[in-house]
Design a protein around this ligand. Structure first.
Ligand code: ZN
Length: 249
C-alpha cells in the first residue's frame, strides 16, 4: 500500500484505487487523533468505551484530511445488509454492514479492529461501495453480496469493478478454536493450519465468483494483529477502531 500523511494524519492507500482520478480513499491507522489510553489516538469507534467528544473530533479530522463534505457509516452488526447512501445521508445510518453511493462528496466509512473492509469501485458508473466483513460476514457472503448489490441497484458490470481488501486479520492470526461448530464444510478449502483460515482468500474467491476480474482485486496483505499500527481486537481486547473510507471527489 502507499503511505501518505494528510494534515498530520498517516493514511494508507491502495495502489490500484489510487489510479482512479475521482476516487478519494484511505485506510487510517492508530496515529493522528486525540483519544487516549487504549484508544490512542485516532479511534473512530463510538461504542467501544472511548470519550464520545474525542471520537467526534477524530471523525472530523479524518473527514477534513480527505476533503469530504460529510462521512456516512452504517451501524455495523456483523450482518450482510447493504444501504444505498444518497445526497443527504450523514453520520451514523441504520443497521447494516455495507454502504454504497453514486453521489459525490460523501465518504463511506467502515470501522474495523481485525475485520475486513472491502472497497468496490466502478468509476465508469460513478459508484462505490464499502463493505464490512469479519468471519461472520465472510460466511454470509458479504463480498459476493456487495458485487450483486452494485449490479442490481446501479447497473454495474462486475468485470468493471476495481476491488480492494483492507488490512485485517491475516491467515497468520485467523485462529478459530471452535471452527468445527462455527464454520460450514466449505471453509475447509481455506484452512491453512489446524485452527487457522485464510479469510482474505474467502473474500477474493467470492469476488471472483461474482464476476470480478482477478487482476482487479488488490489485497493489502497487512495483518492487523501482527503489527502495532492498527487497532486489533485480537491483540488488545479493549481497543478502538480504525477505518477505511471511500467516496467520490
Ligand atoms: Zn498476523
Amino acid at each position: 500500500m502507499l503511505r501518505e500523511t494528510h494534515n498530520g494524519i498517516p493514511l494508507l492507500r491502495f495502489a490500484s484505487l489510487a489510479t482512479l482520478p475521482d476516487l478519494v480513499h484511505a485506510v487510517t491507522t492508530r496515529a493522528g487523533g486525540v483519544s487516549a489510553g487504549a484508544f490512542a489516538a485516532l479511534n473512530l469507534g463510538q461504542t467501544c468505551g472511548d470519550d464520545p467528544t474525542a471520537v467526534e473530533r477524530n471523525l472530523e479530522l479524518v473527514r477534513e484530511a480527505l476533503g469530504f463534505k460529510r462521512l456516512a457509516w452504517p451501524r455495523q452488526v456483523h450482518g450482510a445488509e447493504i444501504l444505498a447512501v444518497n445526497g443527504s445521508h450523514s453520520g451514523m445510518l441504520a443497521e447494516a454492514d455495507g454502504v454504497a453511493t453514486d453521489q459525490p462528496g460523501v465518504g463511506l466509512l467502515i470501522k474495523q479492529a481485525d475485520c475486513q473492509a472491502i472497497v468496490l469501485a466502478a468509476p465508469e458508473k460513478g459508484v462505490v461501495a464499502n463493505l464490512h466483513a469479519g468471519w461472520r460476514g465472510n460466511l454470509l457472503g458479504m463480498a459476493r453480496r456487495g458485487v450483486e448489490f452494485l449490479q442490481k441497484r446501479y447497473g454495474v458490470a462486475p468485470h468493471r469493478i476495481q476491488a480492494a481488501i483492507s488490512p485485517s486479520l491475516g491467515p497468520c492470526c485467523s485462529e478459530f478454536i471452535n471452527w468445527r461448530a462455527e464454520f460450514p464444510p466449505e471453509m475447509a478449502a481455506y484452512q491453512v493450519a489446524p485452527n487457522h483460515f485464510d479469510l482474505w482468500r474467502v473474500s477474493v474467491d467470492q469476488l471472483i465468483q461474482a464476476g470480478v476480474d482477478p487482476e482487479r482485486i488488490e489485497v493489502s496483505g497487512i495483518c492487523t494483529k501482527c503489527g502495532q499500527e492498527f487497532f486489533s481486537y485480537r491483540r488488545q481486547g479493549t481497543t478502538g477502531r480504525f477505518g477505511t473510507v471511500a467516496g467520490w471527489r
